[in-house]
Design a binder for this molecule. Structure first.
Ligand code: SF4
Length: 349
């Protein structure tokens, strides 16, 4: 049976300006009506009042906090290599993955933020698309968040998918671990949105991806999107080496094969699938943040077992050794071709 991971915040902060937007007003009225404690905040970027006696408590408190804000920045960040630009619909997510790639950027209190000025955000998107015509412009909706857990409150994802459905030169893609996607099934996507699921083997989900749906539930959700004729794809990340990693990751492909072929629409071919693979890596800064919040973490982060690689912003990361990465790469490329012949592997790093 599907375990629904339902995000209900314990407290809500809102920027008073959010009340000037219909979505902001609707949400603030809604949280008031169900008696969730609410407080104004001057900026969604700097929220004070998320407390906790220890780093672990503060982190948990933040993950149960929703901030309703207005996104004022007039530019979108670039988003290489998966897209041209980020499209910020939300920041952070209620999941508690130990390795979360946002833990370094969002600091020790990664509270969940949503933006209510969606029309302005989509107007900016339109301007960018038009400025690059006749090129196609691709936007990534999950660069700073997992946008699905807050969709039931905002409807922003559906609105964005339908916006791109009407844009001949715009494409949208995002990735999620969450499965509450039924409200998106009949959105008019016009094949302009690629819906990617972030998957991992059961072992990794159980040990490191707390408060996120199980593998089977994610695979079922992906098969529903496929049936709804969305272009779909998978990010398998981070890939870990551990005892039995081959068996565990093979099981993942077996499960995916079963559900996708059972639910594929007529004329679908595995050639329409995309895969992205990311082997585990960490920086010393991320390691120290992770151990602050998860002091008993079993994430493999032993510098002596890894190769140090200089990063582009002056800090280095610890990756698996080249022969280990080659073995992983060969394994995943072979499995992809065996189970989904012709599927596109966008990258393996
Ligand atoms: S689901 Fe994604 S964004 Fe959320 S905690 Fe996990 S890795 Fe981070």
């Amino acid at each position: 049976m599907e375990v629904l991971i339902d995000f209900i915040p314990k407290q809500v902060f809102y920027e008073p300006d959010a009340l000037n937007y219909p979505l902001g007003k609707k949400l603030i009225d809604y949280f008031q009506s169900i008696n969730i404690p609410m407080k104004p905040t001057t900026s969604h970027n700097r929220v004070v009042g998320i407390v906790g006696d220890t780093p672990q408590e503060a982190y948990k408190e933040a993950k149960h906090t929703l901030v309703i804000g207005v996104r004022r920045s007039k530019t979108f960040q670039t988003c290489k290599p998966s897209a041209h630009y980020q499209l910020p619909l939300a920041t952070s997510c209620p999941g508690m993955c130990e390795y979360c790639y946002l833990s370094t950027t969002l600091g020790p209190k990664p509270y969940v933020r949503i933006y209510v000025n969606i029309e302005e955000i989509l107007d900016m998107t339109k301007n960018i698309i038009e400025s690059r015509a006749p090129e196609i412009t691709i936007f990534e909706g999950a660069a700073t968040s997992d946008p699905v857990p807050v969709e039931k409150y905002t409807g922003n994802l559906r609105r964005t998918i339908e916006f791109f459905g009407r844009e001949p030169l715009g494409r949208f893609r995002f990735v999620t671990k969450f499965t509450d996607i039924d409200s998106l099934l009949d959105a008019e996507h016009n094949n302009h949105t690629r819906f990617r699921f972030s998957l991992n083997c059961q072992y990794v989900i159980k040990h490191f991806e707390h408060k996120t749906p199980q593998l089977l539930d994610r695979v079922i959700a992906a098969s529903k999107m496929l049936k709804a004729k969305y272009p779909i794809g998978f990010i398998i990340a981070p890939i870990f080496r551990f005892e039995n990693w081959q068996d565990e990751y093979t099981e993942l492909f077996v499960l995916l094969e079963k559900y996708l072929y059972e639910n594929m629409p007529p004329n679908w071919s595995p050639k329409d699938l995309t895969f992205e693979f990311i082997s585990h890596r960490y920086t010393l800064r991320a390691k120290s943040n992770i151990l602050n919040v998860f002091p008993k973490s079993k994430l493999p982060m032993e510098e002596k077992e890894r190769k140090f690689k200089y990063g582009q912003f002056g800090y280095g990361k610890y990756i698996y050794n080249p022969d280990e990465i080659n073995e992983l790469k060969e394994f995943f490329l072979n499995k992809t071709e065996k189970f989904f012949p012709g599927a596109k592997v966008e990258y393996f790093i």
